[in-house]
Design a protein around this ligand. Structure first.
Ligand code: FMN
Length: 300
């Protein structure tokens, strides 16, 4: 039997497929469901210091090649999150995603998350549609470096840096984030769309993030570009719907993948299907473990 276990930073995982931040993960119940359905890790919706209601509808719009969203980082805030997740049974399988406006706010949230007993923090340095946070922070190399240095020196958390593709050269930011334990590549791509008959934007915020099958080539390129410059573990995310999409990410250097929009197309069975498909591919192609193909096309 081939092995599909993998490592991300100091964490060993039984399989390489995770639930991405922001998709069907608003409650502890939906996170449990993803984990019971075969996801190795479930990433929470990004949590901030206080509650945010987000933008008015429409916040999501399905387009031919994927989805546009501008939810506006709607979240319950760290106090309500703490209440809901304080007794979560498998905290080691949860990565808590946080966003903030500066190093101080990230550090405050990180300490709260560590205090609750979680081990993994995913930094949202990449949401494309809220002013002052997300990708606005994630395009400033000095700030990214400062945030990660502080979090690594003042907490014992595993730090995953989720980067934006909406930047000229993602490698510049990856280098600034090199003290992180892993990169998460990529968040949604900054984008928009129009209803030509209503002559309105598809999203109330006008600008949003593009996800789903259409962004897979952009995500693959980000993984490839960063892998060529760094040995750090990469979690690939963007447009993964099936096992063969995931294999593309592994060959270009990702050690694990996250599935977001794919969950809308395929439902919770997607995790077991992707894991079974990866195992079948490895066996059919004569490999004994997932490790054999991670970065194979970058080394050669
Ligand atoms: C409705 C929606 C909400 C999202 N919310 C978040 C979020 O809160 N934090 C974050 O880091 N990424 C968020 N994302 C981005 C996803 O985690 C992922 O990076 C992106 O959608 C690309 O992957 P996919 O094509 O598999 O969806 C969101 C995506 C969607 C579609």
């Amino acid at each position: 039997m081939v092995s599909i276990s993998t490592s991300v930073g100091d964490i060993r995982l039984s399989n390489p497929v995770m639930l991405a931040s922001g998709i069907l993960d608003e409650t502890s119940g939906s996170m449990k469901r993803a984990l019971e359905s075969g996801a190795a890790i479930a990433v929470t919706k990004s949590i901030g210091s206080s509650e945010r209601k987000g933008y008015p509808t429409p916040v999501v719009s399905v387009i031919a090649t994927g989805m546009l969203n501008a939810v506006g980082l709607a979240n319950p805030g760290i106090d309500s999150f703490s209440e809901e997740f304080s007794n979560f049974p498998v905290k080691e399988k949860v990565a808590v995603s946080i966003f903030g406006k500066d190093t101080e706010e990230f550090l405050y949230l990180a300490r709260r998350v560590e205090g609750l007993g979680f081990k993994i923090l995913e930094l949202n340095l990449s949401c494309p549609h809220v002013a002052g946070v997300g990708s606005e922070i994630g395009q400033d190399p000095d700030l990214v470096e400062d945030i990660i240095r502080e979090l690594k020196s003042r907490t014992n958390l595993q730090i995953w840096a989720k980067l934006t593709p909406s930047i000229t050269n993602i490698v510049t930011i990856a280098k600034a984030a090199e003290k992180a334990d892993a990169y998460v590549l990529i968040n949604t791509v900054k984008a928009t769309g129009v209803d030509i008959y209503a002559r309105q934007f598809l999203l109330s915020n006008k600008i949003g993030g593009y996800s789903g099958p259409g962004i897979k080539p952009i995500a693959l390129r980000a993984v490839y570009d960063v892998r060529k410059e760094s040995e750090k573990d990469i979690i690939g995310v963007g447009g993964i719907n099936d096992w063969n999409d995931a294999v593309e990410f592994f060959l270009l250097g990702a050690s694990a993948v996250q599935v977001g929009t794919g969950l809308y197309y395929r439902d919770y069975g997607i995790y077991d299907n992707i894991n079974a498909g990866i195992a079948r591919y490895l066996e059919d192609e004569g490999f004994s473990s997932l490790d054999d193909i991670i970065g194979l096309m970058v080394k050669s």
